[in-house]
Design a protein around this ligand. Structure first.
Ligand SMILES: Cc1cc2nc3c(=O)[nH]c(=O)nc-3n(C[C@H](O)[C@H](O)[C@H](O)COP(=O)(O)OP(=O)(O)OC[C@H]3O[C@@H](n4cnc5c(N)ncnc54)[C@H](O)[C@@H]3O)c2cc1C
Ligand SMILES: NC(=O)c1ccc[n+]([C@@H]2O[C@H](COP(=O)([O-])OP(=O)(O)OC[C@H]3O[C@@H](n4cnc5c(N)ncnc54)[C@H](O)[C@@H]3O)[C@@H](O)[C@H]2O)c1
Length: 444
């Protein structure tokens, strides 16, 4: 290992690796990772979750077609499904590290801390320095502070469960819970969700969230709204969760109440990097309070949603800054945000909340699309689309989609928004028919 680099990157998740790959050929780079190379998304986030959804979605498609050409709903074999997932995740850390090395990026596995703005001390006490440092250390599950909190499991534990507990309780009805609870329920567990207010998933259009929740209730999930968890205790047969309103028995309790920036052990104060409770503070160039140090990805205190493509976008942007390809402030394209499930809800562009608050500027069309060919064909009884148009230009500038295939329409709409496609351009495009993209012509 060298002792001097052009750039040191802390964290080998989507943000850190995107930054490192963007620097190859122009800068000498060291990537420091203290846990799993690849980070949250491929090891314990998006990708393993969607591996589990492969079986859940297949089962759901068959269940919807009962009486319409299919008989018997298959059961999910959890150990087999977990083996399928592990066959993927077990390759990620070594594959990521090898990929970085093959690209000429040096890697270090272990804990490191700042000595000052340019110098970093490794676990063996040796010092490495760099002209610039990029912080991409991500987030980790927030811990609840209550009696028995050490008994609580996290999304990471759930995504690597060898056997599926018969009864699982989730605390917090956010993105993580809603996605994992649906997997657990479809795989055969009894599922309870405890949420501390009446209105989960506030970022999404509430009329469609209500339909999503009703779908989950119809599928057997039990919600306990407006309840505060007070304590968790071990019992002979499992766990007992006490809230301010009731006591729930369970075999496994997952807390998914948000994620906090991973900052511990870095000694950021020694480098002059300012942080808040929400993460690392940066300016519009993703520069921290220490001018040679940048930060990217989930670790940021920034309003953009904490998502993989946002993290890698920021990583690529800082690489472009450091290689002189841009001097401009970061500008984000439209960011689609989706909750995966057997029924998915996703949104892009101007939100329903914003449009509802400004009826003079936005037109809202709420469409029940269950009778549309696309949704009728797969017997999707929840399908809805909310389209937001500019009151002035009538162009589509936002949408929320609820359906078993929302991700596809959402991506098509994201392209419409990003490329600023006019209604006329969409009408003049020949899409494969019948498909979700061809539905765009009915939506604009
Ligand atoms: C259950 C779950 C499901 C998700 N599903 C989706 C999804 O479907 N779609 C989506 O877009 N996003 C999803 N996300 C979010 C997505 O995983 C994150 O937005 C993304 O991983 C952020 O990338 P990052 O590189 O900023 O951080 P991370 O991926 O968290 O990577 C940070 C890396 O830094 C390392 N690190 C931490 N501290 C140090 C240190 N001191 N020194 C060295 N290394 C350190 C960590 O070990 C980690 O490898 C999901 C998250 C979870 C938890
Ligand atoms: N499909 C995706 O893109 C996807 C999926 C999963 C996670 N993620 C990312 O991970 C982040 C974290 O997800 P998350 O679900 O952990 O956080 P979240 O912020 O989405 O949801 C946590 C929920 O828990 C509630 N809560 C907080 N404290 C509570 C308490 N004491 N008792 C009960 N409820 C409580 C909050 O009100 C909130 O609704 C997401 O914001 C997103 O950035 C993305």
């Amino acid at each position: 290992m060298k002792t001097q680099y052009d750039v040191i990157v802390f964290g080998a998740g989507p943000a850190g690796t995107a930054a490192a790959y963007g620097l190859i050929g122009q800068k000498s780079v060291l990537v420091i990772e203290n846990d799993l190379f690849g980070g949250t998304c491929p090891n314990r986030g998006c990708d393993p979750k969607k591996m589990l959804y492969s079986a859940v979605e297949a089962k759901d498609r068959v269940a919807r077609m009962q009486g319409s050409g299919l008989t018997d709903v298959p059961q999910i074999d959890w150990p087999q499904l977990m083996a399928f997932k592990r066959a993927y995740t077990s390759q990620i850390p070594s594959g990521t590290q090898k990929g970085l090395t093959a690209a000429g990026i040096e890697t270090y596995h272990g804990q490191a801390e700042f000595v000052d703005e340019h110098r970093v001390k490794l676990a063996d006490q040796s010092i490495v320095s760099a002209d610039h440092i990029i912080l991409a250390t991500g987030r980790k599950p927030r811990q609840l502070n209550l009696p028995g909190s050490d008994l609580l499991k996290t999304s990471t534990d759930f995504l690597d469960l060898s056997t599926l507990p018969a009864h699982i309780t989730f605390i917090g009805a956010g993105l993580v819970t809603m996605e994992l609870a649906n997997i657990a329920n479809q795989a055969g567990a009894d599922v309870d969700i405890v949420h501390h207010n009446e209105q989960p998933l506030k970022a999404f259009a509430q009329p469609l969230v209500e339909i999503l929740i009703q779908q989950m209730i119809d599928e057997g999930v039990t919600f306990h709204f407006d309840q505060t968890v007070k304590a968790v205790a071990k019992t002979e047969s499992g766990y007992e969760l006490t809230t301010d309103k009731e006591t729930l028995a369970s075999d496994y309790v997952v807390a998914a109440v948000g994620r906090d920036a991973s900052l511990e052990g870095l000694q950021l104060a020694k480098a002059g990097v300012r942080t808040s409770k929400k993460g690392i503070i940066v300016d519009d160039h993703l520069q921290t309070s220490a001018t040679s140090i940048y930060a990217v990805g989930d670790v940021l205190d920034k309003p953009q949603p904490k998502l993989t493509p946002v993290s890698s976008y920021e990583g690529r942007y800082v690489a472009q800054l450091l290689t002189g390809q841009t001097t401009q402030p970061i500008q984000y394209p439209a960011i689609p945000h989706i909750l995966f499930g057997t029924t998915e809800i996703g949104q892009v562009g101007v939100s329903y909340q914003e449009a509802s608050a400004h009826p003079d500027r936005f037109d809202i069309s709420s469409l029940d699309v269950t009778h549309w060919y696309t949704y009728n064909r797969v017997k999707d009884e929840a399908a809805r689309v909310i389209v937001i148009r500019s009151a002035k230009s009538h162009q589509v500038i936002g949408a929320t989609v609820l359906s078993s295939m929302a991700e596809h329409l959402l991506n098509a709409l994201t392209a419409v928004l990003d490329l600023k496609l006019t209604n006329q351009q969409i009408q003049q495009t020949i899409f494969a028919y019948p498909s979700i993209a061809s539905d765009l012509q009915y939506l604009i």
